[in-house]
Design a protein around this ligand. Structure first.
Ligand code: OOG
Ligand code: MG
Length: 264
């Protein structure tokens, strides 16, 4: 078998992100499978840690059919979140720093006491201290947002930025809350948290299981994104985005006007 140049592939993906320049898909050409792709992801994230970023959480991807259908990949994946990806609630991003940014509504968990590796999650209330509405900004490093399963895993599940709204204590039920994504005051997506593996709490079990397979332990104080309940929508410059989750409230993100646009 020909070995995959894990470090080289991570470097290509990292440079694509750093320069906001799309690259072609890689996995099929170099024979990268899902397992090897997580090794690339580890190297890609290590590249961020080496320049001083810190891990602050885990994100799940493709936990809803809407998302799977949108990108044509039908397996649940996960990726890592760093402090530099976090945008304060109501904060502004510059779309010029991304290739083709999209936004999607998410539910975030603030992790608390987690089981030892191999043990099941005891009670969700022990494992999760608080929940919040969130917005994830995804930005595939592949041209046309088109990729295979190993491609997207290697690309850290398209992670780029995220916003967490106000934290609330864990409500009684999380399994059927209305979800709304608004762009410039217009409804862009509607859905329900039921779309996330039937109940977003399941995303945590999946995250523990899937990341655990790669020796990754979730930490107290980390943020956990359960995966979008709806398809993602493009983030244009000069936009005001709101994700509303019933009972949990609203997370807000703005994008700066484009360089040539009028500044107000
Ligand atoms: C992959 C990331 C998926 C989600 O919430 O499902 C994801 C992608 O759509 O590019 O973050
Ligand atoms: Mg997401």
């Amino acid at each position: 078998m020909i070995g995959v140049d894990t470090a080289g592939v991570a470097e290509q993906l990292g440079a694509a992100a750093d320069t906001a320049t799309a690259i072609g898909q890689l996995a099929a050409e170099i024979g990268l499978d899902a397992e090897g792709a997580y090794a690339v992801q580890t190297a890609l994230v290590q590249r961020r840690l080496d320049r001083g970023e810190h891990l602050v959480g885990l994100k799940m991807g493709l936990t809803s059919r809407a998302k799977m259908a949108q990108v044509g990949v039908d397996e649940v994946i996960w990726g890592r979140l760093t402090d530099v990806m976090r945008v304060p609630d109501g904060g502004t991003v510059d779309v010029g720093g991304f290739i083709h940014p999209r936004v999607e509504p998410e539910v975030a968990f603030l992790l608390d006491r987690l089981p030892e590796p191999g043990e099941p999650v005891g009670s969700f209330a022990d494992a999760v201290r608080a929940v919040a509405p969130a917005i994830e900004l995804i930005d595939s490093r592949y041209a046309n947002f088109t990729f295979s399963l190993p491609d997207v895993i290697a690309d850290n599940a398209s992670a780029a930025a995220f916003v967490i709204g106000p934290w609330s204590p864990v409500p009684d039920g999380l399994d059927n809350l209305g979800v709304l994504l608004e762009v410039n005051g217009r409804v862009a997506q509607v859905g329900s948290t039921a779309a996330i593996l039937g109940d977003p709490r399941r995303a945590l079990d999946e995250g523990l299981r899937l990341a655990g397979r790669h020796g990754v332990r979730l930490r107290q104080g980390w943020v956990f994104l359960a995966g979008a309940a709806t398809a993602a929508v493009p983030l244009p410059p000069g936009a005001h985005v709101r994700a509303v989750v019933e009972k949990l409230g609203t997370a807000t993100l703005r994008s700066a006007p484009s360089a040539g646009g009028r500044h107000g």
